[in-house]
Design a protein around this ligand. Sequence first.
Ligand SMILES: C[S@@+](CC[C@H](N)C(=O)[O-])C[C@H]1O[C@@H](n2cnc3c(N)ncnc32)[C@H](O)[C@@H]1O
Length: 281
Amino acid sequence: MRTAGHYVLGTEGLALLRTWLVAHEETLGRRVDELARMASAPDAPPMAIRLDVPDHDVEAGYARWATSYDDMANPLIRVEEPAVRALVDRVPAGRALDAACGTGRHAAYLAARGHRVAGVDATPAMLEKARARVPSADLRLGDLADLPFEDGAFDLAVCALALSHLPDPGPAIAELARVLRPGGTLVLSDLHPTMLLLGGTGFFVDASGRPGNVRSFHHPHARYLAAFRRAGLDVVDCVEPTIEPDDLAALSGGLMGFAEEAFRTAWVGMPNALVWSLVHS
Ligand SMILES: C[S@@+](CC[C@H](N)C(=O)[O-])C[C@H]1O[C@@H](n2cnc3c(N)ncnc32)[C@H](O)[C@@H]1O
């Protein structure tokens, strides 16, 4: 049975790995003692906190996650949102697309900045929330790899926290370039590839308190860069905001009390989001 203890033990191991050549021996000893204590106590928390986490594809996963998406403490959004907004703020009001708009988080911001906003998403339940949140926007059901918009329709496109759900981000990146006018701006954000390698994924807890996971894929920077080149997109900026101490409560999902020092050592300073600003040549 999967348990919360596996996440805490993994964090202890990561803390050990990050510091094994630089920490004092005493500190390394604390890591090993905590690991051994928790691992040898399967009937005590955190090992006894059992988790049933079904794996979902995008539509089934976000149909469940839509019930809690806007209420859940999300450590990724905490670092991603200011970075995306800083890049979007450089673009004057015009025609803007929020691709994979979800519940309309960025669409609402773009509308408030005076853009004429369109959006697209593959999950009806997420789109319904976005329609209630941004009634002025033209929000359509559709796929990132086949956007329901004309060539050159937008001055700005944002695609946030979605590309890592695709096994290959290339076709979606080509579509995003197609719907931008020459000189238009594309802002992409996602969970950082390093976090995906460390087990980061689309983990959520729905409104009834049940966890789930939306399948996610690791894309290294090189894969993004190759897709940008093929689509005629030039990199203007690449931002990699890191996990800070204030993010740990949300990141640990309430488990930090079991291993506070390990959570700090393992996760603080780790890049949590990858945010690109690109221009369509
Ligand atoms: C983590 S949510 C992000 C929502 C919003 N962009 C935000 O940042 O708050 C990911 C969204 O991507 C959408 N999505 C994933 N794959 C998609 C695809 N191939 N085409 C369209 N939407 C997709 C999901 O339905 C979901 O609403």
